[in-house]
Every structure is written in structure tokens, then in C-alpha cells.
Design a protein around this ligand. Structure first.
Ligand code: AMP
Length: 121
């Protein structure tokens, strides 16, 4: 899948759309999810153009991968959620219900999050 430069997170990165920024460094931007699923729901995105985790892990330079995942840890630290706990989640592709085709991880926290998935039917 080729990268769609008009996706909403690309537009946020270019400053064309606003976001509620919580963290930014050379490798990553973190902002509040517009439709939170938990009291803390922050998205962390790499600054490069990667469609998903598979694309990012296969094609990003090692410095970008290290910088991104260090940023995820820093964001969790700065959000103050490491003591009580948090969940990091990334969707890739249609079965996962990935909506935005720019790689991102969700950081969810602030309440008991329950089991990771609903039971299989
Ligand atoms: P995913 O299903 O993993 O692709 O998640 C996409 C997430 O992006 C959803 O949780 C949306 O609520 C969130 N989202 C979509 N548009 C925006 C936006 N403009 N600002 C912040 N979050 C957004």
C-alpha cells in the first residue's frame, strides 16, 4: 500500500490541521485522540511517511525506529501513567480496523482497561 499524503495525520504533521499536542521531538509527535476510548488516550506518530507498523518496521531507518519507540516511552512517562499502567496498541490493515493510514500507536490509560479484546464469538 502506498502512502497517502492527504491522510489526516499527514495533514496534522504539516500543520494543516490542529491537534492537542502533548509531546514532540525529532522523531515523533504525540497528541490527544479526538474520540477518546479512555481517560488518557494519546496517539504517537512518527514524523516520516509510513502507512503502518509493517511498513515502519520494514523500511524506517534504525534511528527512526529507536527514536520513535523512545518517544512512546517518554510520552507515557510525561503523562504520568507508568505507575498505574497503560496499554499501547497499533492497528495494521482492515481486520484491525485501522482507520488512518499513517503509522501510529495508541496510549490508553486512566482506568482499568479490562481484557485486551472482547472474547471471540
Ligand atoms: P486507528 O483505528 O488505529 O487507525 O485509529 C485512528 C484514531 O485516530 C482513532 O482513534 C480516531 O479517533 C483518531 N483520530 C482521527 N482523526 C483525528 C484527529 N484529527 N485528531 C486526533 N485523533 C484523530
Amino acid at each position: 500500500m502506498s502512502y497517502d499524503t492527504s491522510n489526516v495525520f499527514a495533514r496534522i504533521l504539516r500543520g494543516e490541521l490542529p491537534c492537542r499536542k502533548v509531546y514532540e521531538d525529532e522523531w515523533a509527535l504525540a497528541f490527544e485522540d479526538i474520540n477518546p476510548a479512555a481517560p488518557v488516550h494519546v496517539l504517537v506518530i512518527p514524523k516520516g511517511a509510513y502507512v503502518s507498523l509493517s511498513d515502519f518496521s520494514a523500511t524506517a531507518p534504525e534511528a527512526a525506529i529507536a527514536g520513535f519507540f523512545r518517544a512512546v516511552g517518554k510520552v507515557a512517562e510525561e503523562l504520568g501513567v507508568t505507575a498505574n499502567g497503560y496499554r499501547v496498541l497499533a492497528n495494521h490493515g482492515p481486520d484491525s480496523h485501522q482507520e488512518v493510514p499513517h503509522f501510529h500507536v495508541h496510549i490508553l490509560a486512566g482506568r482499568k482497561l479490562g481484557p485486551m479484546l472482547a472474547p471471540q464469538r
